[in-house]
Design a protein around this ligand. Structure first.
Ligand SMILES: [Fe+2]
Length: 199
C-alpha cells in the first residue's frame, strides 16, 4: 500500500487550520475561565498550540507548499473552528459565568478531538515516509503528539467535572485526568473510573 500524497497534503493543511482555530478558541475560552487551575492549563495549551502552528507551517514549507494555500478540507475545518469560537461568545453573552465556562470547556474538547485525530493520523503515516520533508514531519510529531494527548484527555475531564459541578453534584477539581497527569486513552479511562472514589 502506498500513501495517497494528495490526501496527506490535505491532512497537513487541515492540521494547520485546526491549530490556527485552536489559538482563537483558547483565547475565547480564557475570557470565560473562572477556575484558576483551568486558566493555568488553558494558558499553557494556548502557548503550545501557538507553537504547533509554527511547526505545521515549517512542515508544509519543507514539503514545498505555501502555508497560505486553500484546500477544500481546510475550508471545512475553518468553518467548524469559527463555529466553536462563536458558540463560546454566545455563551459568554447570554449564560451565567459558570455556564459559559462549561461551554468553553466543551468547545475546546471538540476542537482537541479533531486536533488529536490529525496527529494520530500523522503518526500513522510518518514512519512510512522517507526523505527530508518526512524528517521535519517526524520531528514535529515527536514534539506535538504527547501534548495533544494531554490537551484532549485533560480538557475532556474538565468539561465532564464542570458539568457535574453545574448539576449540583460533587465534582473532582482539578479533574482526575489532570491530577494523574494522564497521557493515554487507557490512562484516561482509568482516571474516569477512579473519580467515583475521589468525588
Ligand atoms: Fe495542537
Amino acid at each position: 500500500m502506498s500513501i495517497d500524497e494528495e490526501q496527506l497534503h490535505d491532512l497537513l493543511y487541515q492540521a494547520l487550520e485546526t491549530e490556527l482555530g485552536g489559538v482563537q478558541l483558547y483565547q475565547a475560552a480564557l475570557a470565560c475561565a473562572i477556575n484558576d487551575d483551568l486558566r493555568g492549563e488553558w494558558e499553557k495549551y494556548l502557548e503550545q498550540t501557538t507553537h504547533h502552528v509554527e511547526l505545521v507551517e515549517q512542515t508544509l514549507r519543507a514539503f514545498g507548499f505555501d502555508p497560505a494555500n486553500e484546500t477544500p478540507g481546510r475550508k471545512v475545518v475553518r468553518h467548524t473552528g469559527e463555529a466553536l469560537v462563536k458558540a463560546v461568545a454566545l455563551a459568554q453573552g447570554d449564560a451565567t459565568p459558570e455556564q459559559a465556562q462549561v461551554v468553553a470547556a466543551e468547545c475546546v474538547t471538540l476542537a482537541e478531538t479533531k486536533d488529536h485525530l490529525n496527529w494520530e493520523l500523522i503518526g500513522e503515516v510518518v514512519s512510512r515516509l522517507t526523505g527530508e520533508p518526512a524528517k521535519v514531519l517526524r520531528a514535529a510529531h515527536k514534539e506535538v503528539a504527547e501534548q495533544e494527548d494531554e490537551h484532549l484527555y485533560h480538557n475532556t475531564g474538565w468539561a465532564r467535572e464542570l458539568w457535574i459541578e453545574g448539576l449540583g453534584l460533587r465534582a473532582v477539581l482539578p479533574p482526575p485526568e489532570e491530577q494523574k497527569d494522564v497521557k493515554t486513552a487507557i490512562g484516561a479511562a482509568r482516571a474516569k473510573q477512579a473519580r467515583q472514589d475521589m468525588a
